[in-house]
Structure formats: structure tokens, C-alpha cells
Design a protein around this ligand. Structure first.
Ligand code: NDP
Length: 444
């Protein structure tokens, strides 16, 4: 059996009931075959892949808090510190009822390669809890965040591990967590990113993942002789990534005709009204039915369905495994030219293969959504300098980083004879830097 297959089998055996983690490892290791098989004995002797797929540290802890009725609630908290070869662990905190160790491990594993691709000195980690902020009062969210940070604060720090937002963790949650960290540690430091502007946050961090996605897509389209003006785009999600992806796509002259949340989706042939979407989602924290009620051109549908709308470009920006094989077939049949992931692993492995086999340009999230973490790293730099850069300065650095990522993954794919395969390109380009640092640091 090849070394890659041995390690994939071990991961499945040692981590039962973690299908998302298996999926992420399989995707990455499959595309590293080209590199590993050139020097298989050396990699095996160093147990390089075993060290890569086993997190450096995994924390699981109890998070007790009191709800508004005086009832004690208990959630489970996680932080997986996956790999610190190239810098302090860095990755978001997901608050969603679906969170479990396998999901956090898949996200942490992906984060290692994504962070490497940014070219910035950040290692990979991820955290979260099965707590659901939806429907909770501000006081309940604060009680949860303070309890979560009371335990987590023992293991993080500006030079150790710097968490950030993710699904369910926005500016409000980061604020409560930062306040509790500062109180417990008596240190005012950049221990979290995604902070508010009044206490060390970076301009353009809120927009960064969505904007970054579009900067990369624009560069890729340009390199394939296409421009964004006049393109029809379908987007899933209606959260942080989706909203700013829609905004930037429209600024570039494209028309975005869909968005979705966990209960339904909107088709708006006139183009999504971003201000209205922000009002519904960021201010009122309401359902998309309110968007449809306020806009004549919009139609609301229950369930899922955005991928059935004909488009030039599809941007999955909600959650993992939301673009399935039948969706991929529909996109191809409708003439879709490019799919770039705003979310983490939204496309299943078979759907990815189908898109690639049918000539659709496909960019995996670890490259196309890296703008968020890259700007988080810029927030860390500003915190260390005790300075704040202008929106334009951060945004132009973000644009440069995304254009670079595109060319790095494109070149890595070409170098290994897989031109246009950005999954292979992203995994190899991310892997090479991490492995070189791991080798230099010895068996640790
Ligand atoms: P948000 O919580 O702001 O938004 C998530 C959106 O996806 C919401 O519209 C939500 O609907 C929808 N959604 C969540 N879970 C499901 C589900 N199970 N089925 C259908 N829809 C769902 O999160 P973000 O926008 O921050 O994150 C979206 C994705 O992007 C995630 O995969 C995240 O890991 C990834 N990402 C985020 C980055 C960031 O900077 N924020 C950086 C890089 C990646 P509802 O409102 O109904 O819950």
C-alpha cells in the first residue's frame, strides 16, 4: 500500500465518527501523492504525514452558564491547536449546534494549509462549541462567552494561539470573549482578531473574506480572458462571507441573483439589494422571508436550491457539504464557468471532481477564502505595532495577497503537470512551506 493510502486508512481507523475530518484529510493527501511519491521512503521514515494529520494539541472542556430563567446550561468547548510550524495557531471559533470534535479537526486541518498559502507567519488551529447563539439574549450570549473564555484563556495568547470569528461568532461574541480574556489575564494584547474598531480591530476585516474571494476570482477570470462585468453570480449563505462577496461582486459589475440561509433562499433577478440584506441579517438578525417581504423583485423558497439558477460563477459561502453532486451536474448543464468556495469545504469530493472533469474552474476554500485569515494576520501586525492602518491600506494589501495566492496555486499546479487543477495547486503550495518549517525544527 502506498504511504498516502496507509495514512488515510490510519486516520479513518483512529478517528471513527469524524467523516468531515476523513474527507478533508483525503482531499489533501490525495493531491499530495505527486509530491510524496517522489520521495516516499524519506517521508515515511520521518512519519511526516502522521505528524501532519495529528494535531499538536486538542482541548475539550465543559462550558457551564446560566440562562435567563436561572437554569444552568452546559455546552462543550473545543480548541484544536493543529500545527504551529510557521507561526502561532490561528483560526476561528465556530458556535453552532452541529459542532463536534470531527468538525473542528477538519477545519483546523484545512486552516494549516490555508494559513500557509497567505504567505504570512501563522500556524493552523480552530475552535468552537455546540452552543447556538440564535434566539439567545445578549446576556445569555455574554454568559456563555465569558465561561468559554474562562477555560480557553489558559491556552491562548498573542504569541501562542489567536482565535477569531467563524459561523455564529461575530463582533458581539468576540467583544465578550476579549473582555473576559483581558480581565482574567490582565493583559491588553491581540489575543483575538475580528475585534471592534474601538479596541484594536482592523478596518476591512469584516469585509475581508468576501472581498478576498472576489479579488481571487477576478484575477482567475482575467487570466482566462474573462472579466467580471456582466457576469451572473449565484451565492449561498447570507452571513459575513456571503454579504461581502455579494457586495464586491456587484462593485465589480457582476449581478448576484441569489443568497440563502439555513431555512430557505432568495432568487432576486434584479440583483440582491446588499443594504437590505445587511439590515435583515446584521441588524435585525432575522430570516430571509423579511428580505422577500421588503423587495418586490425577490422570491423566497423554502429549503435549498440556489445551484439550480443559471449562472456564470457560483460562490458557495454558507457551510460544509452544501454543494452536492446533483448541484454540480446542474451547474455544468447551465453553463457555469467557475466555482470558488467562500465557505470551508462546501463542495463534496464527488461534486468537485465532476466540476473539474467538466472544465469548470474550481478554487478550494483554503485558497479562495484565505482573505479573512490573511486580514486577521494584518490585524495582529497592527496590534503588535500599536497602530491602525486605513481601510485602503488594508484592502490593497488584501488584494495583493489574493492575487499572489492565485498565482501560487496556479504555478504549483503547472509545476506538477496539473495545469488548472487548483485543488492540487493549493494543497501542494500550502504543504511545501509547512513541511520545510517542520523539517527544519526537528522531531517535535
Ligand atoms: P455566518 O454565521 O456569518 O453565516 C453563515 C451563513 O450560512 C448563514 O447565512 C447561515 O444561515 C448559513 N448556514 C450556516 N449553517 C448552515 C447549514 N447547516 N445549512 C445551511 N445554511 C447554513 O458565518 P460566516 O459567513 O462567517 O462563515 C460561512 C462559511 O465561511 C463557513 O464555512 C466558515 O467556516 C467560512 N469562513 C469564514 C470566514 C470569516 O472570515 N467569517 C473566513 C474563512 C472561511 P443562518 O443565518 O440561518 O444560520
Amino acid at each position: 500500500m502506498s504511504y498516502v493510502d496507509e495514512v488515510i486508512a490510519q486516520v479513518i481507523e483512529k478517528n471513527p465518527s469524524q467523516p468531515e475530518f476523513h474527507q478533508a484529510v483525503k482531499e489533501v493527501l490525495d493531491s499530495l501523492r505527486l509530491v510524496i511519491e517522489q520521495n516516499e521512503d524519506a517521508y515515511r521514515k520521518d512519519a511526516l504525514l502522521e505528524r501532519l494529520v495529528n494535531p499538536e494539541r486538542q482541548l475539550i472542556f465543559r462550558v457551564p452558564w446560566v440562562d435567563d430563567k436561572g437554569q444552568v446550561q452546559v455546552n462543550t468547548g473545543y480548541r484544536v491547536q493543529f500545527n504551529s510550524a510557521i507561526g502561532p495557531y490561528k483560526g476561528g471559533i465556530r458556535l453552532h449546534p452541529s459542532v463536534n470534535l470531527g468538525i473542528i479537526k477538519f477545519l483546523g486541518f484545512e486552516q494549516v494549509f490555508k494559513n500557509s498559502l497567505t504567505g504570512l507567519p501563522i500556524g493552523g488551529g480552530k475552535g468552537g462549541s455546540d452552543f447556538d447563539p440564535k434566539g439567545k439574549s445578549d446576556r445569555e450570549v455574554m454568559a456563555f462567552c465569558q465561561s468559554f473564555m474562562t477555560e480557553l484563556s489558559k491556552y491562548i495568547g498573542a504569541d501562542t494561539d489567536v482565535p477569531a470569528g467563524d459561523i455564529g461568532t461575530g463582533a458581539r461574541e468576540i467583544g465578550y470573549m476579549f473582555g473576559q480574556y483581558k480581565r482574567l489575564q490582565n493583559r491588553y494584547e491581540g489575543v483575538l482578531t475580528g475585534k471592534g474598531l474601538s479596541y484594536g480591530g482592523s478596518l476591512a476585516r469584516t469585509e475581508a473574506t468576501g472581498y478576498g474571494l472576489l479579488y481571487l476570482v477576478e484575477e482567475m477570470m482575467k487570466c482566462h480572458g474573462e472579466e467580471m462585468t456582466g457576469k451572473t453570480v449565484v451565492v449561498s449563505g447570507a452571513g459575513n462571507v456571503a454579504i461581502y462577496a455579494i457586495q464586491k461582486a456587484q462593485q465589480m459589475g457582476a449581478k448576484v441573483v441569489t443568497c440563502s440561509d439555513s431555512t430557505g433562499w432568495i432568487y432576486d433577478p434584479e440583483g440582491i439589494d446588499v443594504d437590505l440584506l445587511k439590515e435583515v441579517k446584521e441588524v435585525k438578525r432575522a430570516r430571509l422571508t423579511e428580505y422577500a417581504a421588503a423587495r418586490e423583485s425577490a422570491v423566497y423558497h423554502e429549503g435549498r436550491g440556489v445551484w439550480a439558477i443559471p449562472c456564470d460563477i457560483a460562490l458557495p459561502c454558507a457551510t460544509q457539504n452544501e454543494l452536492l453532486i446533483d448541484d454540480a451536474k446542474q451547474l455544468v448543464a447551465n453553463g457555469c464557468k467557475a466555482v470558488a468556495e467562500g465557505a470551508n469545504m462546501p463542495t463534496t469530493l464527488d461534486a468537485t471532481a465532476y466540476l473539474q472533469d467538466n472544465g469548470v474552474l474550481f478554487v478550494p476554500g483554503k485558497a479562495s477564502n484565505a482573505g479573512g485569515v490573511a486580514t486577521s494576520a494584518l490585524e495582529m501586525t497592527q496590534n503588535s505595532e500599536r497602530l491602525s492602518w486605513s481601510f485602503e491600506e488594508v484592502d490593497s494589501k488584501l488584494q495583493g495577497i489574493m492575487v499572489n495566492i492565485y498565482h501560487n496555486i496556479d504555478n504549483a499546479a503547472k509545476k506538477y503537470g496539473k495545469e488548472g487543477n487548483y485543488v492540487v495547486g493549493a494543497n501542494i503550495a500550502g504543504f511545501e512551506k509547512v513541511v520545510s518549517a517542520m523539517n527544519a525544527q526537528g522531531i517535535v
